[in-house]
Design a protein around this ligand. Structure first.
Ligand SMILES: [Fe+2]
Length: 345
C-alpha cells in the first residue's frame, strides 16, 4: 500500500516528539523521529523525507539552523519544513519563514489543524515535484526531436549533394573538399561554431544548381563556348532556388547564390561588390578556387596547391577578400594544413 507520506519529526522533548509521531502514524504517515538538530540534519540528508516538522528551540543546533542547513544542500533544498514551536510571537514566526519554512504551527497544537497543514504542504510538494519532472521530461523530448530534425536535415542535404555529384563524376567529392577547406579558413578567422556549421552545409551543396546543366557540358574537356558558359553561370541562381525552399537556420540559399561573386564586381550572376557579398560566400569562393585548381580534371592534371595559392594571393583584396586569402595562406604556408589526398574519383 502506498504510504500517505514520509515525514521527519524533530523535537528535543521526548513527550512532544511522541505525541507528534503518534498523531501522524495514526493518520497513516510513515514517520521517522530525531531528538536533536544534528540527528535531524543527518537523517534528512541520508534519506530525504517529503516533509519535516521541526521544533525551534533545541539545545545544540536549533530549528532555524537545521532549516538553514537543509536549504543549503541540493538534495534537501526543496523539502517543505513546518516549524512547531511554543514561541508564538510574530518575530519568531517571521524568522522561521526567512529561513525557508513553509508554515508555522504553535504548541500546543490542535490535532486537526496540524494534520490539515501537513496534508496541504505534502500535496503542494508532490505537485511541485511532479511539475518539475514534467518540465524535465518535456525538455528532454524537445532536445531529442531537435536532434532528429538536425540529422534528417543533414541527410537531405547529403542526398542533394550526392545527386549533383552523381551526374558530374569529375567533380565528385569537390563540394565535400571545399567544405573542409572553408571550415579550416573559417576557424582560422575565428567564426563561431554556429556560423561554421552553416558554412559547411552551404559548401556541401554549393554546386547543386548544376543539376540543371547538361551532363555533356559539365564533363566536357577543353574550353566552353560562350553559350555553354552562360549556362554554367546560372547554377548559383538555380542552386539558391532549390535551397530556399528548405527552412535552414542559416541563409544557405544566399551563400550559394553568391559563391561566384567577386569583390571587384567581376563575378556572377549579379556582379555584387565588396560588402554586398556575405562573408560566408567570400570564404566559399576562395575555398572553391583552391580546391578546383589543386585537383585533377578530365582535361588537365591538378595544378597543385602552390599554383592555387598564387592565384588567390594575386587577387587578394581585388577579387578575393584579403582576410580570407591571408587566412588560407597562413593555413597552407605556415601551419602545414594539407588538402585531403584526392584519388581518381
Ligand atoms: Fe560553383
Amino acid at each position: 500500500m502506498p504510504t500517505m507520506g514520509h515525514i521527519l519529526a524533530v523535537d528535543d522533548t521526548p513527550a512532544s516528539l511522541r505525541l507528534l509521531t503518534d498523531i501522524l502514524k495514526a493518520e497513516g504517515y510513515e514517520v521517522r523521529s530525531a531528538i536533536n538538530g544534528e540527528l535531524a540534519v543527518h537523517a534528512a540528508m541520508a534519506h530525504p523525507p517529503e516533509l519535516v516538522l521541526l521544533d525551534v528551540s533545541m539545545p545544540g543546533i536549533d530549528g532555524f539552523e537545521v532549516c538553514a542547513r537543509l536549504k543549503a544542500a541540493p538534495s534537501t533544498r526543496e523539502l517543505p519544513v513546518i516549524f512547531v514551536s511554543s514561541l508564538s510571537d510574530t518575530q519568531e514566526k517571521l524568522r522561521g519563514f526567512e529561513h525557508g519554512a513553509v508554515d508555522y504551527v504553535t504548541k500546543p497544537f490542535q490535532r486537526d489543524e496540524l494534520l490539515a497543514r501537513v496534508r496541504t504542504h505534502l500535496e503542494l510538494h508532490r505537485l511541485r515535484h511532479r511539475l518539475t519532472e514534467m518540465v524535465e521530461e518535456r525538455t528532454r523530448s524537445l532536445r531529442e526531436s531537435e536532434l532528429k530534425l538536425k540529422s534528417s536535415l543533414l541527410e537531405s542535404i547529403m542526398a542533394i549533394a550526392a545527386t549533383v555529384e552523381m551526374r558530374d563524376p569529375y567533380t565528385a567529392g569537390h563540394q565535400r573538399r571545399v567544405a573542409q577547406i572553408a571550415e579550416a579558413i573559417a576557424r582560422e578567422l575565428g567564426l563561431s561554431d554556429k556560423q561554421v556549421e552553416g558554412l559547411i552545409l552551404a559548401c556541401v551543396v554549393h554546386d547543386v544548381g548544376k543539376v540543371k546543366i547538361p551532363a555533356e557540358i559539365l564533363s566536357k574537356p577543353g574550353r566552353l563556348s560562350h553559350l555553354e558558359f552562360e549556362l554554367i553561370k546560372q547554377h548559383p541562381q538555380d542552386g539558391s532556388d532549390i535551397l530556399k525552399e528548405i527552412d535552414f537556420p542559416w541563409p544557405i540559399a544566399d551563400f550559394v547564390m553568391q559563391h561566384h561573386e567577386r569583390l571587384d564586381g567581376s563575378g556572377y550572376p549579379s556582379g555584387l561588390k565588396g560588402d554586398q557579398i556575405m562573408l560566408e560566400a567570400r570564404i566559399i569562393s576562395v575555398a572553391d578556387v583552391i580546391e578546383a585548381m589543386a585537383s585533377h580534371r578530365p582535361y588537365r592534371p591538378g595544378l597543385g596547391i602552390q599554383a592555387a595559392l598564387k592565384e588567390i594571393e594575386s587577387k587578394r583584396g581585388i577579387a578575393f577578400d584579403a582576410d580570407v586569402v591571408d587566412a588560407a595562406s597562413r593555413l597552407f604556408r605556415d601551419k602545414g594544413y594539407q588538402l585531403e589526398v584526392i584519388g581518381h574519383d
